[in-house]
Design a protein around this ligand. Structure first.
Ligand SMILES: Cc1ncc(C[n+]2csc(CCOP(=O)(O)OP(=O)(O)O)c2C)c(N)n1
Ligand SMILES: [Mg+2]
Length: 285
């Protein structure tokens, strides 16, 4: 475990020194090691962005696709290979902007996928334009007068849609973040974690200090099965920001809801000889 962590941490990255992505990577590597998952048992799907570079910097199976489009590819693997741990990891722009439509339909389907969103409240890779979660006060090169759209609250959205597992975490609480990742991976169904993460280069509002002053852990007696209480908790954002499992519900997964998928064995393990599929190429010849 220590060796693996050391190996991951020594990799060269394109992330800025001090980037919150380092904490997320450390928490993810530790979570996988503590769950006794080896690299070949896990596949990480991402889109485009700084957050989406994660599969380049961690030793697991990986699919790095188009901006906002990690979820459909992940769902494909979920159907074909029920034994694989499928994790989607991407930025706030990727997930709530370009990929917003996939997010909402994925919640409806409830596939067994863990989704870790690096929410730095900005488009980092493209040098600091506002994202759906940016605050009004954030001024950028293309929004010099601040952001004019209401900020999107992903946790409130996911709870309102009764996603089967909705959590918020923060890189300022790394041990707690690791526990949230483990809980999401162990959850049967779609598990969304919105992870608050500073962008030290382009977001001068939501800094480490800004998050540290506001973030607090849910009370011991908080009940994530209570939907009405969860809605209220999810709406909390400002002076105080709750972290933890905000809502959780056991419900049938995508595979379980579709009879022939439920019964089917692992498609990914089926051996297909290339010669058997020659007929597919015939019409192009
Ligand atoms: C369809 C499409 N639109 C826009 C872009 C340009 N683009 C690449 S990354 C990015 C923003 C990424 O922001 P986010 O997902 O929050 O990740 P971060 O870099 O902040 O980690 C944008 C707009 C693109 N590659 N494809
Ligand atoms: Mg971002």
């Amino acid at each position: 475990m220590t060796d693996l962590l050391q190996y991951e941490m020594n990799r060269e990255t394109a992330w800025c020194p001090g980037c919150g992505n380092f904490s997320i990577r450390r928490a993810l590597v530790k979570a996988l090691a503590e769950l006794d998952l080896s690299p070949e048992q896990v596949t990480l799907f991402t889109g485009i962005g700084q957050a989406a570079k994660m599969p380049h910097y961690i030793r697991v199976n990986a699919f790095n696709g188009l901006h906002g489009r990690a979820l459909p590819a992940a769902l494909g693997m979920r159907i074909a290979n029920p034994d694989m741990k499928v994790i989607v990891e991407s930025g706030d722009g990727d997930t709530y902007g370009e990929g917003g439509n996939h997010l909402l339909h994925n919640i409806r389907r409830n596939p067994d996928i863990s989704h870790l969103v690096h929410n730095n409240q900005i488009y980092g890779l493209t040098k600091g334009q506002a994202s759906p979660t940016s605050e009004y006060v954030l001024k950028t090169a293309v929004q010099p007068g601040g952001v004019k759209s209401d900020p999107f609250n992903p946790v409130l959205f996911a709870v309102a849609m009764k996603a089967s597992f909705v959590a918020r975490a923060s890189v300022t609480e790394e041990e707690h973040l690791k526990e949230m990742i483990k809980a999401a991976i162990n959850h049967k169904g779609y598990a969304l974690i919105d992870i608050l993460q500073p962008c030290v280069t382009f977001n001068r509002i939501n800094t480490y200090q800004w998050y540290s002053e506001r973030v607090y852990k849910l009370e011991e007696d908080y009940n994530p099965a209570d939907w009405t209480a969860a809605l209220k908790k999810a709406a909390e954002w400002g002076e105080r920001i709750p972290i933890g499992i905000i809502y959780k519900e056991e419900k049938a997964t995508f595979r379980e809801k579709i009879g022939h998928l439920k019964e089917s064995k692992i498609l990914a393990g089926k051996r297909v000889e290339p010669a058997e599929r020659e007929y597919l190429l015939d019409e192009f010849r």
